[in-house]
Each structure stands twice: as C-alpha cells, then as structure tokens.
Write a protein that binds this ligand. Structure first.
Ligand code: TXE
Length: 500
C-alpha cells in the first residue's frame, strides 16, 4: 500500500489491532475494545484492545527481562544502528499505510501526515548514527597514579506516554533515541490514536529488534497510563501531554521509585513581528504556525505580538490567508486544515472563542464550526483588542485561535512574550540581526525560530523552559537523556597505604 493514492476513502469496516508484548501482537480476545471513529468522517476506523493491569505488568516484565539480560544494551553500536536503519527503511516502505491510519484516527490532512511519516523515517536514520557515536569522557590529568573515565549507561526500562495530536511523530521523536541508548520500552499511546504506535512495534520487530525491547500497551490514561507512571520496575518515564497529567506523573514518581522523568507539556508560544520584517513572509508563517494541525500543537504560535505601526496591515494579511486556507476532508490531498481530533477538544476550542468574545476581545474572522460531512473542524480565529490578562491570551487553547497584542518597544515585546507560565517555543520576524539576537537571547523558550516557525528535524533538541517541561528529546541530547553517567577512578600502580 505504498502508491500515492489520489482519492482515498475511509475503510469499509474498522481495522482490528492487537497490543504488542515481548515481540508478539496480542489480540483483544475477551478484553473490552475501544472503537475509534474518524474525526474527519464520523465512521468507525479502528478497534484497539483495552489492556488490563495484568497486560501492563506483562509488558513491563518483558521490557525488564530484555534490559536485564542485555540482549539489546549489550550489542555494539553498529548492531543497534543496523536495526534502526532497517526500521527507517521499513517506515519509508509503509509510509502510505502509516499516513492513512494516522489521518483516520487523528483527523490531520493526509499531505501533512505523509510529510510527518517521512520525517519519522529520518529520525530513525539519524539516530542510527548516534547509536555509534554515543560515548563518554576521560580524564588524563589526574596525575600519574590515577586515570578517570566517565561512561554513559542506558537508564533501563523507559515508559513512553504520548498524546493524540502527533501520535507517530512524537513517538518517533523518542523511540529511536531511546533505542540508540540501549534502553527498552513500554509505550502507551493515547486511547484515541493508537494504530500507528502498534504499526511501529511491528516494523521494529521486522527490522530485527530483539523481542521484549519494544512493547506497546493500549488503554485509557487513568488505568494503563496511571499504572505505567506508578510502576516500580520502570526506570524512566517520558510523558507528552497536558500540564495537569504532567503533575500526576511527577507525583507518581515521587510516591513510587523516583523514576527519572522527561516531560513535554503545554505551550502558549509567542510570534514576535517587528515592523522591519518581511511582512508577507511573517503573515504566512504566523498563519501556518497556528493553522498547522488545526492548532492542536504544543508549539503552535498562538500569541501574535506585533509592532503597533504594522499591526493593522499584518492583521489584514493574516485574515486574507485564513479565508483562503483549504479546510476539508482530511483524506483529500488539497486539504490544509482537517478535523478537530476529539469532541472534547472541539468543545474546548469553541468555549474559548466564546470566552474571548465575552472578555471583550474582537473576533476579526473565523472561529466557526465547519461540518465535514461526518466530521467537523473549526475555521482559524483571529482576535484583536486582546489584553494580557484574558484567558485566550494566557491559557493553552490547543486549537486554531490567534490573539493579537501590539507593542511599541523591543523591551515591551520581550516582556509580553515572557508573561506566561510556559516556555516551549517562540518565533521572531525581523530583518535586523541585532533585534533577532536580542529577542532570541531574552525570550524564555526551549525552541526558537528566526524568520520561520515550526521548523524541526532530528538534529536539534526539543523541549521546554519553565512549566513546559523537563529534559530534551532528539539529537545527541535526546540519546544522552536516556543514559546515566558513571564516574570511574582507576588507580595506576602501587597504592599508598592507609595503614602501613
Ligand atoms: O491530554 P492528556 P488530553 C493539552 C491540550 C489539550 C489537553 C487535554 O491543552 O486540550 O491537554 O488533552 C495519558 N496517568 N495537551 O486529555 O490527558 C493519555 O491517555 C498517565 C497538550 O488528551 O494529558 C494520553 O496517552 N497517563 C499536549 C496522554 O496521557 C495519563 C498534547 C496525554 O493525555 C493519565 C496533548 C494518567 N493519569 C494534550 N491521564 C502538548 N502540549 O503537546 C491521561 N494519560
């Protein structure tokens, strides 16, 4: 199924998936099943087992055994790299299939899903090199009697909990790096978007990953997710999702085994536009930054902070872009904005649009519910007359809602940008290098874009400042995150005795 099919449609009946433990796909059997309706079409597309607490224990036990007997961590970097490279090739081979199921469960446009899957193959290919370059340090300056080594060891069993907005991409920003480090995995995808995580487990097995190294349990956050974050045999947990569940992850780690945590949480990301920017580029970038993935993106640029002298012009240019953007069937090649992923998220976004109006902001355009046949979307909303204290300017909406706040001086732009509990990402648009660097240094964000937005790839690390999270994923930073450091002092020659 890897031709580029022009006219796709939802499947005639839902595809059944099993969960994945110790190298085997396990069918639902007598377990309850979660049936997922495509948010773009309103028809059932997948059936996923609801795992039991015993299934979770089995998966963690398999990952524990696979780590402790060193079947993966004991291999050399070359052997680990070979598996990751083969996995990258298999992802490319099955890219149409992965993109199709991603679109059906998530509602994102198929063209976007295809691009994401290509990026995911690249993550595996890049991480394969890192499996070979991971190394420690040495100290040859400790005198003739001592030599010092710093080695990096894989941390152990890693739990990975992922959300529904980028089910495959967020997974692949972690899995290849975790595997490059030598760790084993128990992944728990969102209950509404589990299909592509299960496909990845199958691909890794085909690529030669030893049994038990990658396991996937499916089910709700409150049972299987909570069980995973509390599990005493899990050494590290990478969580991507809401700030409220992030807090539960921290509490669970504290209550149980102090597992190491990686957290990628919310964002309320600024787009700072100076009057000297290329306004055509900025308008397009800002529209893309909030329209991409219907704004259900932790790094969406949801706060436009614009120099007052060009604020009205830029607003008009963005409005024009918003009215031209193609909203439609996610399986249509031409679609740029697809469906809102869940009913709950749809209600949340609409309630924020109402709140914005009630708080006195001016809705310039958009914010309307759009029917997609069986599914639904929301047209990108642009709000003017927004003040810093309004909920639409402070809280993560996770939808296509852009607020405009004008500024007069650079310091004011920086202050508005930093006036948030979050610090995930930020963009600045200017042709003045001094302003670009000043803002890049002073705005608190883990990812920064200058005259662009949402750029990414396997090389540069991802993660947030402030309440947007802990730790970094991707790049060599992303591999090192899943290691622990050991210092080794080696005495050379005869010991000078303590007791002579
Ligand atoms: O996230 P949850 P939801 C934000 C966004 C969105 C809101 C709610 O604002 O509107 O969160 O989305 C699992 N123990 N983001 O409800 O609940 C859950 O099964 C362990 C921002 O989907 O945090 C899923 O796999 N795990 C974010 C994952 O956590 C639990 C991306 C995320 O779900 C759990 C997603 C528990 N007690 C949402 N409860 C971003 N910034 O990228 C749930 N889960």
């Amino acid at each position: 199924m890897n031709q580029h099919i022009e006219a796709l449609s939802p499947p005639a009946k839902p595809r059944k998936f099993g969960f994945f433990v110790d190298g085997q796909s396990v069918e639902a059997g007598s377990r309850e099943v979660f049936e997922r309706n495509s948010p773009g079409h309103g028809v059932p597309v997948t059936r996923i087992p609801k795992c039991t607490p015993e299934d979770l224990d089995d998966a963690v036990a398999a990952a524990r055994r696979a780590f402790d007997d060193r079947r993966w961590s004991g291999l050399n970097g070359q052997a680990r790299a070979a598996v990751l490279l083969r996995a990258g090739a298999l992802i490319r081979e099955r890219s149409e299939e992965i993109a199709y199921w991603e679109t059906l469960e998530n509602g994102k446009p198929i063209s976007q899903a295809r691009a994401e899957v290509g990026g995911c193959a690249d993550m595996f290919e890049y991480a394969s090199g890192l499996a070979r370059s991971l190394h420690g340090d040495s100290f040859n300056n400790l005198g003739d009697g001592m030599f010092g080594l710093v080695t990096r060891e894989p941390i152990g069993v890693v739990g990975i909990i992922t959300p529904w907005n980028f089910p495959f991409l967020i997974l692949c920003e972690r899995v290849p790096y975790v595997l490059a480090s030598g760790c084993t995995i128990v992944a728990k995808p969102s209950e509404v978007t589990s299909a592509t995580t299960l496909i990845l487990a199958e691909i890794l097995s085909q690529a030669g990953l030893p049994d038990g190294v990658m396991n996937v349990v499916t089910g709700s956050g409150s049972t299987i997710g909570q069980g995973l974050i509390e599990h005493p045999l899990v050494d590290m947990l990478s969580f991507t999702g809401s700030t409220s569940v992030g807090r539960k992850v921290v509490e669970a780690a504290g209550r149980t085994n102090f597992k190491k945590l990686g957290l990628e949480l919310g964002g309320k990301n600024p787009q700072i536009v100076f009057a000297d920017a290329d306004l055509e580029d900025a308008a397009d970038g800002v529209a893309f930054g909030i329209g991409f993935n219907t704004g259900q993106c932790c790094v969406s640029g949801s706060r436009l902070i614009v120099e007052r002298s060009v604020a009205d012009d830029l607003a008009r240019m963005i409005e024009e872009k918003f009215t031209k953007v193609v909203i439609g069937d996610p399986l249509n090649n031409a679609t740029q904005i697809g469906a809102i992923t869940t009913d709950a998220q749809n209600s949340t976004i609409l309630s924020y649009i109402e709140k914005g109006r009630a708080e006195g902001a001016r809705l310039i355009c958009g914010g309307e519910q759009i029917g997609l046949g069986g599914g639904r979307s929301i047209s990108p909303a642009l709000f003017g007359d927004v003040t810093r204290d309004m909920a639409i300017a402070r809280e993560e909406i996770f939808g296509p809602v852009l607020t405009i706040m004008p500024f007069d001086a650079v310091e004011e732009a920086i202050a508005i940008a930093n006036d948030t509990e979050y610090g995930l990402a930020a963009s600045v648009w200017t042709k003045n290098i001094d302003k670009a660097l000043l803002v890049t240094r002073r705005v608190q964000a883990g990812r920064f874009w200058v005259n662009t937005t949402l750029a990414g790839g396997p090389e540069l690390p991802l993660g947030g400042f402030k309440q947007s999270g802990w730790g970094r994923e991707a790049g060599m930073y992303g591999v090192e995150e899943y290691t622990q450091v050991k210092s080794v002092h080696i005495e050379i020659g005869k010991r000078s005795p303590w007791i002579a």
